[in-house]
Design a protein around this ligand. Structure first.
Ligand SMILES: *Cc1c(COP(=O)(O)O)cnc(C)c1O
Length: 394
């Protein structure tokens, strides 16, 4: 193997996998790893899921792509299913989370421009992550993602995450605001869970000002947090909702859902995507969405997630280096008191795949199909690893 021809965008671990099954991956030497990150929250049904594989094979043998010049039955079906689940009206399909967010941003601007707002501005939050395109990296609240790519895109203002007062202050002082874009739980930002009334209060503020509430559920969607969409725990419906990662278990897809005023903003010529919503991606999406519901995997995520958080709390509650254990369902973070960039490699050596977000937060996004035993194994291996660091001199 030779990585020289690959652009240096990722600090990769020196391992590669040749196959997988459920929550397990097998490397080139035949070693097995328990996958507690699932391709960054993507493989919700685990690896090599037989029905996903069958869908891909049979759809590929039937029809891959026709373009959006024509009607696409699988796209219409997946759209209908997702808007039904979300209690929303319409869907636009793209190929990634960043593109789904671009669609939401463009809808907000188009709506505002039609209303005569001169400088449509979207409120975004500290610590957020919305993607790597120019607009979505501008919307992201991390200098690391933005640095060196100036000039950034106009039309965003930033507020602290989980701070309603900051939003009200902006509302009083800026007549150009058209939307708030926020993650229900920040993922890349370090699994930050806001107050339980945060989304409800954002919904009221948006209603009072005729702003769009845009929820980025790229990471939290598809059952991961214990509901099909994380916002369903708050009982609110956003105007725009984006999802991607787990939607087709690894087949690239993204979607922007819209309701009410936001649903009919785009007209032919306003937006598009060559690949977006193609028959293959949507067929896989339909299979994944059906299985998540048939097996009630959102509920399963809530139960296993609680089991793991309780076990982590019991085991690591006394560790001085553990600052917090948090999350919802199978979206969990363990915050340490200092950066731990070495931890994914150490876990790898013990047969466990994890990731670190925001430098010091161990992030777990296992497949929603993990068994109780596998969940306990994750707690055991990671618990032991953290206890070992605890004993090391600083
Ligand atoms: C991963 C992620 C994105 C970006 O998705 P891509 O498919 O990598 O473009 C956007 N928002 C959130 C919350 C994410 O977790």
């Amino acid at each position: 193997m030779n990585a020289n021809a690959i652009m240096n965008t990722y600090a990769r671990l020196d391992v590669s996998f040749v196959s997988g099954e459920g929550a397990w991956l097998v490397d080139t030497d035949g070693n097995r790893y328990l996958d507690a990150i699932a391709g960054i929250g993507v493989c919700v049904l685990g690896h090599a899921h037989p029905e996903v594989a069958d869908t891909i094979a049979s759809q590929a043998a039937t029809l891959l792509h026709t373009s959006n010049l024509y009607r696409i039955p699988h796209q219409e079906q997946l759209a209908a299913e997702l808007v039904r689940l979300a209690g929303m009206d319409k869907a636009f399909f793209a190929n990634s989370g960043a593109e789904a967010n671009e669609a939401a941003i463009k809808i907000s601007r188009l709506y505002a421009n039609k209303k005569g707002i001169a400088n449509p501005t979207i409120i975004v939050t500290d610590g957020s992550f919305h993607g790597r395109t120019l607009a979505t990296l501008t919307a992201s609240g991390s200098r690391k993602v933005q640095a060196g790519f100036e000039p950034l895109v106009n039309g965003f203002v930033r507020a602290p995450f989980n701070d309603i007062e900051a939003i009200t202050k902006i509302a009083d002082n800026n007549a150009n605001i058209v939307a708030i874009l926020v993650e229900p739980i920040q993922g890349e930002g370090g699994i930050r869970v806001p107050d339980s009334d945060y989304l409800t209060r954002l919904r009221s503020i948006c209603d009072a000002h005729d702003w769009f509430l845009i929820l980025d559920e790229v990471q939290t969607g598809n059952g991961r947090t214990g509901h099909y969409f994380a916002c369903q725990e708050s009982g609110i419906v956003p105007d725009l909702l984006t999802m991607a990662k787990g939607l087709a278990n690894g087949f690239p897809i993204g979607v922007c859902l819209a309701q009410g005023r936001a649903a009919d903003v785009f007209q032919p010529g306003n937006h598009g995507s060559t690949f977006g919503g193609n028959p293959l991606a949507c067929a896989v999406g339909l299979t994944v969405v059906r299985i998540i519901q048939e097996q009630d995997l959102a509920k399963r995520a809530a139960i296993v997630g609680d089991r793991m958080q309780t076990a982590f709390a019991a085991r690591l509650g006394g560790c001085q280096r553990v600052k917090a254990i948090r999350g919802k369902g199978l979206m969990m973070g363990i915050e340490l008191d200092e950066p731990c960039p070495q931890l994914p490699q150490q876990a790898l050596e013990k047969g466990l795949l994890i990731n670190v977000a925001s430098e010091r937060v161990i992030r777990l996004l296992p497949p929603l199909i993990i068994s109780d035993e596998e969940a306990d194994q994750i707690v055991d291996i990671l618990g032991e690893l953290i206890e070992t660091i605890q004993e090391l001199p600083r």
